[in-house]
Design a protein around this ligand. Structure first.
Ligand code: FUL
Length: 709
């Protein structure tokens, strides 16, 4: 009797507290609302259960694998023969085991990329594994991956490219939509639970040159019906593309955005009216809220590849991202209120390459070392809910600014802050800081804007026994559910290896007082290898591997590998179409990608094609060429389609590439290696742009090189 009375009493006390009205996924404003009222509503937009579960995954994996793996391409044309798809040792258990060990919680497979080749035995087309020699046409990559996911307890997602360069019905809109829904239905009914469906935004022409109108309504309703618990990403209504493929989210990353999600025409029109898209800098500030009638819970996903390309290329075996880079990406994705979607592309054997496996292991080991001790866990504070390791219990801040102190129980050496908001109640913090008591004085070590699901900030290591968190500005009561203070191990930055126009190679590193050793025979540099003292000459090219050491060789960096071809020392520009006076055509062959050739820009300037022809000063066997886009963050003028010619005498030209494309240049503007599959003896080459990545008249170009090896 006593107990139930007490229970009643408790219930009534709880229900007396004003209950906030939360808005799942979307809120709409009325025209009478002022900014303050709109901001208060914005604070109460919350994720759906699926969105919240997805956010908590933190690290997820992407697998890009298809005919491109065998053709060395990034975007297949759709005319690839299924005969080339023949992995010799395909082992999805090897993929999932390694991904799981690295901390990934979900894996998404490119079941069909833009080339249209299906990795499962679809009934919609013959252009699939059924027509390949792999397992005599009886294989099914999707099924094998699903089985491995079940075995290792990994969630599973599907990437199905709407853009299809093979399907003959592509462009006959109703017909292709039906075809696409059939493919989607197979994937969502044949393979058990699917937790994420990923729709790529890339949309180009089909094999017949026609463009397709996608029927997003029917795609989404198919998913709702068949896999109601799946989130739909990128051109989906649950998960937003962060806006770059570089691995970096925004410092101020709102999950509550003005950006209307997905591909439905009404939402697209609304975004167009507001002039916003996934790449916009600001999607959720007060200024933005002031302008809009609707806000959405639309959280960011950071997709990035562990290698330069999305598909496996043997030539990139030495370009697996360094540990320092991976850690940087982690801090700038998971640590910036986003989910990381890291791509690890299997090779032609059908295995994750040894170099990638090694890096994943190092990455995990690094994070484990960092997270080993949380120096703030369970310490003495009024905000005990924020240091109890329990995601659901939070410490509430109601006035701003307001602070809480944490007594660390003696002096601790720390350099990382982790802080989380209980986003099931909304995302609210607009500004916060962390101070550390050093020599009796408060020092600000972190100052930032948004938090959201998670913020991770690195700072200069400090020894402190007391820290103070201040929430400076917020959109409503703030619930901080977890705080962590850690010591991240120092990472020695790698050696930078560069070569100038004359062929002199120099090496440096940001780490003070290093010793750099190097090799020229492809072997791993050790403490015993040649010590770098002054620039070395390598005009004909070669492979340089370098490594930095400190503390008398007791600590070493990762290995840097640079593969050089012929240097442009003897080269000269013969002719060019046009140039801006600040960005001459000669910059295209000056051995420095950071200087560029740019044609005049603005209204009324000359349009594509633009060209430059080059005298190599000697006859060489040309096997291909390289194009490095401009290196600045502004990518205006970057080239998408081009022609390439060679000549023995500079008069009669042979066209070796015609309207060829630098695939995926818009989203992933990295150095391009184009191989001809043939060697041309020539003394001259001519590079000609045909079309840019944006609808612009002008060209920009960092560097051109040739491949002779
Ligand atoms: C892009 C695609 O065009 C790339 O090939 C890759 O699949 C990437 C994840 O998305 O838009």
């Amino acid at each position: 009797m006593m107990r139930s009375l007490l229970g009643l009493l408790l219930i009534s006390v709880v229900s007396c507290a004003p209950k906030e009205q939360l808005h799942e996924k979307k809120v709409s404003f009325t025209s009478e609302m002022n900014l303050e009222q709109k901001v208060a509503e914005a604070a109460r937009v919350v994720p759906t259960k699926q969105q919240l579960d997805w956010q908590k995954l933190e690290m997820t994996a992407f697998i890009h694998f298809t005919v491109n793996t065998f053709t060395d391409m990034e975007w297949g044309h759709g005319d690839e023969s299924p005969q080339i798809f023949n992995p010799t040792q395909l082992d999805t258990r090897q993929w999932v085991k390694n991904l799981k060990d690295a901390g990934m919680k979900l894996v998404i497979l490119t079941c069909k990329h833009h080339d249209g080749f299906c990795l499962w035995p679809t009934k919609t087309t013959d252009h699939s594994v059924v027509s390949s020699p792999w397992k005599d046409g009886k294989g099914d990559v999707v099924k094998e991956l699903r089985a491995a996911c079940d075995e290792f307890g990994m969630k599973f997602g599907v990437y199905l490219s709407p853009w299809d360069r093979n399907a003959s019905c592509y462009g006959d809109s109703p017909k292709y939509n039906e075809f696409f829904v059939k493919q989607l239905t197979e994937l969502l009914t044949w393979y058990g639970k699917v937790d994420e469906v990923w729709f790529d935004g890339a949309c180009g022409e089909g094999p017949n040159g026609k463009k397709q109108e996608y029927d997003w309504d029917s795609y989404y309703s198919t998913i709702k019906e068949l896999q109601p618990e799946a989130v739909v990403a990128v051109v989906g209504e649950d998960v937003r593309w962060v806006g770059t493929e570089s691995g970096y989210g925004r410092e101020t990353e709102w999950s509550v955005t003005a950006l209307a999600p997905g591909g439905r025409p009404a939402n697209k029109a609304q975004n167009a009216k507001l002039k916003i898209g996934s790449t916009s800098h600001d999607l959720g500030s007060r200024e933005m809220i002031d302008k809009v009638d609707n806000l959405y819970w639309f959280p960011a996903e950071v997709d990035v590849s562990i290698r330069p390309g999305w598909f496996y290329h043997k030539s990139q075996d030495n370009q697996v991202k360094s540990l320092a880079k991976m850690v940087d990406i982690y801090f700038n994705s998971v640590g910036r209120n986003a989910v990381l979607l890291l791509n690890i592309p299997p090779d032609q054997r059908g295995l994750i390459h040894e170099n990638d496996v090694k890096r994943l292991k190092e990455f995990r080991a690094y994070l484990d070392r960092m997270y080993q001790t949380n120096f703030i866990a369970g310490v003495n504070t009024e905000a005990s809910n924020a240091v109890d390791g329990n995601w659901d219990s939070a410490f509430e801040f109601t006035q701003f600014p307001s602070s809480v102190e944490f007594d660390l129980n003696g002096e601790k050496d720390v350099n990382v802050l982790m802080i989380q908001e209980l986003i099931s109640k909304g995302q609210r913090v607009e500004a916060f800081k962390l101070e550390a008591m050093i020599d009796g004085k408060w020092n600000t070590v972190v100052k930032s804007t948004t938090i959201g699901y998670k913020k991770l900030k690195r700072f200069q290591s400090v020894k402190t026994s007391k820290v103070r968190l201040t929430i400076e500005k917020a959109r409503g009561p703030v619930y901080i559910n977890e705080i962590g203070l850690y010591k991240a191990p120092e990472l020695l930055t790698e050696a930078r290896v560069i070569r100038n126009k004359q062929g002199w190679v120099s090496m440096s590193t940001e780490t003070p007082h290093p010793v750099i050793t190097y090799t020229l025979d492809g072997s791993e540099p050790t403490a015993k290898s040649t010590v770098y003292k002054k620039p070395i000459q390598l005009p004909k090219g070669g492979t340089v591997k370098a490594r930095a050491f400190v503390n008398n060789f007791s600590e070493k960096s990762a290995v840097t590998t640079e593969i050089f071809d012929v240097c442009p020392a003897k080269w000269s520009v013969v002719k060019f179409s046009d140039e801006h006076s600040g960005h001459r055509a000669t910059n295209a062959i000056d051995g420095n990608a950071n200087t560029m050739w740019h044609t005049p820009w603005g209204a009324g300037v000359k349009k594509h094609p633009h060209f430059v022809s080059v005298d190599l000063g000697e006859t060489l066997g040309i096997k291909g060429f390289t194009y490095t886009p401009r290196t600045s963050s502004n990518k205006s003028g970057t080239i998408f389609r081009y022609n390439f010619y060679v000549s023995k005498d500079g008069k009669s030209w042979k066209k070796v590439k015609s309207r060829a494309e630098f695939s995926n240049m818009k989203n992933n503007p990295i150095k391009q290696y184009v191989r001809f599959g043939k060697t041309y003896k020539a003394r001259y080459f001519k590079f000609e742009s045909v079309e840019g990545i944006a609808n612009e008249a002008w060209l920009s170009l960092g560097e051109l090189g040739i491949i002779t090896r």
